[in-house]
Design a protein around this ligand. Structure first.
Ligand code: AMP
Length: 386
């Protein structure tokens, strides 16, 4: 089965055509700057289109024309990444009118993500009529987090309105949990998955299920990220409001002007590391804060799970930063974490397994593959329900 995986952002559309169950990527590409007159760009494999892409519809039409020129790339199903599934979606679902209405009803909870996700669905229905479409939600994996963990200690009326932790990066954390099971041959494990990319989050996974997570109602809390603050005392927001800052201004500061960018002047860990090596004080502080925040979550999640079997590093920083992995695992003998410095320098040579022999916890570097996970979940939905 050839599954077209679509990830529609506000001004972009990424895709991969994946053969399942083998997972072979047949073709992939990206449309950028959708909605900017004259500035649109699409990469189809080696081909490039430049011109206007008024909406996701035009981008998808061009993709459809491209696929039509390659008869071997027939599309049998479409899997869509949808960021917010609210309380409703605990697993991927085949898209129906009811599902689309529900995704629309969640626009308020994910104003930047669910509207383009729904535009991608509408465009795909137009160009691939009669082809089964499946929605795979980023929040779904975290629906197993118990109420004692996902609820905020605020009046129940707000909980009933949907104010609770939802969690994000679920497609990536779910992929990691399955990979760990595959590598170890065990599902009964206590895992902490560290997704350290431009956005960053930690998830505690027990017996294959998410039981605690660092993001919340929105994707702001938890770890320090490229431009997002991570945890900040809500009193700061109240203070800012009393000082006259608007919600829009506060959102800009916390989402776009904070994190590594605020601390070290760059949101890119490669640049922060370069500055760190020169002894730049701001970069040294940024790395120290970044690492301490991760350690706090490892400690908290290990306590909640009463132990830890596997610690996984994934996404841009997790997969590539030897320094961050080293510092996160340093002075952690209380948790039984011991990194092998040589293996940490070149995880690929060691199949991503980088702990020292004496480590009580296995430490792994696993490249995340969200597209593959969307394809795999889409395949499961369609082969289970026909
Ligand atoms: P992602 O969101 O998973 O694509 O991760 C993107 C981030 O990974 C970039 O902004 C960088 O901060 C980080 N990154 C990528 N490559 C490296 C590297 N070699 N060393 C350190 N950080 C890296």
């Amino acid at each position: 089965m050839h599954i077209l995986v679509l990830n529609a952002g506000s001004s972009s559309l990424k895709w991969q055509l994946i053969a399942m169950p083998s997972g072979e990527v047949l073709t992939k590409g990206l449309a950028e700057r959708i909605g900017e007159p004259g500035k649109g760009k699409i990469h189809f494999g080696d081909e490039i289109f430049e011109g206007s892409l008024p909406s996701h519809v035009e981008a998808l039409k061009k993709l459809k024309d491209y696929l039509n020129r390659h008869s071997e790339w027939e599309v049998n199903a479409v899997g869509h990444r949808v960021v917010h599934g609210g309380n409703e979606f605990v697993e991927p679902v085949r898209i129906t009118d009811r599902v689309k209405l529900k995704i629309k009803s969640l626009f308020g909870l994910a104003p930047l993500h669910n509207p383009p996700n729904l535009s991608g669905i509408a465009a795909a229905e137009k160009f691939f009529p009669g082809t089964p479409q499946v929605a795979v939600f980023d929040t779904a994996f975290h629906q197993s987090i118990p109420q004692s963990e996902h609820r905020y200690a605020i009046p129940e009326v707000f909980y009933k309105q949907g104010i609770r932790q939802y969690g994000f990066h679920g497609i990536s954390h779910s992929y990691i949990a399955k990979k760990v099971a595959e590598i170890t041959g065990r599902t009964s494990l206590k895992i902490i998955s560290l997704h350290l990319g431009n956005g960053a989050s930690a998830t505690a996974v027990a017996d294959g299920k998410s039981v605690a997570h660092s993001m919340g109602f929105g994707p702001l809390p938890g770890l320090i990220m490229g431009t997002r603050s991570g945890d900040v005392d809500p009193s700061v927001l109240l203070y800012w409001m009393e000082q006259g800052m608007t919600a829009g201004e506060i959102s800009r500061v916390l989402n776009k002007e904070s994190g590594l960018s605020a601390l070290a002047g760059s949101n890119d860990m490669r640049e922060v590391e370069r500055l760190y090596e020169t002894g730049d004080k701001n970069a040294v502080l940024a790395v120290e804060m970044y690492v301490k925040r991760i350690k706090k979550y490892i400690g908290a999640f290990t306590a909640l799970m009463n132990g830890l079997d596997v610690l996984v590093f994934t996404a841009g920083v997790g997969e590539h930063s030897m320094l961050i992995r080293k510092k996160v695992c340093e002075n952690s003998d209380y948790t039984g974490l011991f990194l092998d410095e040589e293996k940490n320098k070149n995880p690929e040579r060691f199949k991503g397994i980088i702990h020292a022999e004496r480590s009580r916890v296995q430490i792994m570097v696993i490249p995340t593959d969200e597209e593959r996970e969307i394809a795999s979940q889409t395949y499961d939905v369609l082969t289970k329900t026909g």
